[in-house]
Write a protein that binds this ligand. Structure first.
Ligand code: V47
Ligand code: SF4
Length: 392
């Protein structure tokens, strides 16, 4: 095993051959990734993730952790789908359904644009009242009033729905939305690609093949996109590895993914809790580290603080993540399902989280152009083992 990793993992670590591959830049196989999931040596897995993160960052950027000042905007929570993990759409009593007019969308944006955001992350339910004309109008109205704001909007699931409603191709749908102001696509709707999990949890939802095809079409049109993976919905470790391998293969072909975001399911308002195993903090850290190692062609891995919580998100930065997502002025999807993370993290707090995890805050735009690198600070940080032990 290469000396640099031997120092971190110790001699004769059973993961030594995988460590050697990571050091040599050799692509990990399905079996390697499954062995990592089955291993209990969480500190070794984390050390490999951190090593791969530093190498992907490039010289001089080893300590960079990115974030963006943004808001979420969800114009409708009415949806023709019935994903069993979703408490946001098709709500009952406590969460009334809504569909915003263009003016209501603009009002919601205005409240947050005043705070100085650079990105609107817009996604919504599949609602026949919100067709392609509606989204073209929404995008045009937002861009007319806020030309400087990047619109990261529309999941592959929404693109499939709008294209089917209009009877046009995915390419035509994306071209019309781009002409109206679409700047990039978020990674939602991927869930777990395995057919069995989809059948149990999100029957009739966009298939893996179509999700990947739409991202490929977007990449070929010059759009950057992201990719997610939702855990805690009855998936196996093998399912997670296969999910990552399909993303890696797509990225080899079309190259437009910027970032992978492992998500964790919240269960309030759902009836799935008895059929699933809730991921532990260690499972979530493995998702971060193993995705960093398997997705060797993805530049960024996100620790989505809204779902992980601040402490686990900070530790995830030492397991391979290099992005904390955004300040997020409003979030509905995870909060509808019981997340209690405070909304709207001020930029100062975001930077403090990054500093006190031992990294250097870098404010970015949606496509990872650097807006500002914060001043370097030297802080005394408790040892990682201690911080991981506190999570268990
Ligand atoms: O696709 C649905 C998930 C996703 C629940 O691209 C749930 O930068 C937890 O995609 N508990 C939407 N999760 C969020 C998303 C995202 C988030 C942050 C950044 C980016 C990005 C994308 O939320 C959905 C679904 O997988 N979801 N219900 C739930 N109960
Ligand atoms: Fe609809 Fe998306 Fe919720 Fe599924 S996850 S019900 S597609 S809003």
């Amino acid at each position: 095993m290469a000396v640099v990793l031997e120092n971190v993992l110790g001699k004769a670590n059973p993961l030594g051959d995988i460590a050697q591959k990571v050091y040599d830049g050799v692509r990990l196989t399905r079996e390697d990734a499954i062995r990592l999931y089955k291993s209990d040596d969480i500190m070794a897995i984390g050390a490999l993730g951190e090593y791969a993160r530093k190498r992907a960052a490039g010289p001089g950027r080893e300590k960079y952790v990115y974030y963006i000042h943004n808001m979420h905007l969800n114009p409708t929570n009415m949806c023709v789908q019935t994903c069993r993990f979703c408490s946001y759409a098709n709500p009952t009593g406590k969460n009334p359904s809504y569909t915003w007019s263009i003016d209501q969308v603009l009002d919601a944006a205005r409240r947050n644009v005043e705070l100085g955001i650079h990105e609107i992350h817009m996604v919504g339910g599949l609602n026949p009242a919100c067709n392609l004309d509606y989204y073209e109008e929404v995008l045009k109205a937002l861009k007319a009033e806020f030309p400087h704001i990047h619109m990261k909007a529309m999941t592959a699931v929404e693109i499939e729905y709008l294209a089917d409603l209009e009877g046009i191709s995915y390419e035509e749908t994306l071209k019309r939305l781009m002409a109206a102001g679409l700047g990039s696509m978020p990674g939602g709707g991927a869930e777990i690609f395995d057919d069995g999990v989809r059948e149990r949890m999100a029957v009739n939802k966009t298939t893996a093949a179509v999700w990947l095809e739409i991202h490929g079409v977007a990449h070929n049109l010059g759009l950057k996109t992201n990719a997610t993976m939702l855990t805690g919905i009855s998936e196996t470790e093998e399912n997670k590895v296969d999910h990552m391998l399909q993303l890696r293969e797509q990225q080899d072909k079309t190259g437009g993914f910027q970032c992978f975001i492992p998500l964790k399911c919240y269960y309030d308002g759902t009836n799935i809790q008895e059929e699933v195993t809730e991921p532990t903090a260690i499972d979530l850290l493995k998702d971060v580290a193993i995705s960093r190692l398997v997705l060797d062609n993805f530049p960024h891995i996100k620790a989505y603080w809204i779902q992980l919580g601040e402490t686990l998100a900070q530790v995830a930065l030492s397991f391979g993540a290099d992005d904390l997502d955004g300040t997020i002025a409003e979030e509905k999807i995870t909060h509808a399902a019981g997340a209690t993370t405070p909304l709207q993290l001020a930029k100062e707090r975001m930077e403090e989280l990054i500093y006190t995890a031992g990294y250097l805050p870098v404010e970015r735009d949606t496509v990872y152009n650097i807006k500002r690198v914060a001043e370097a600070k030297t802080l005394t940080i408790p040892p990682l083992e201690q911080r991981v032990a506190a999570l268990c």
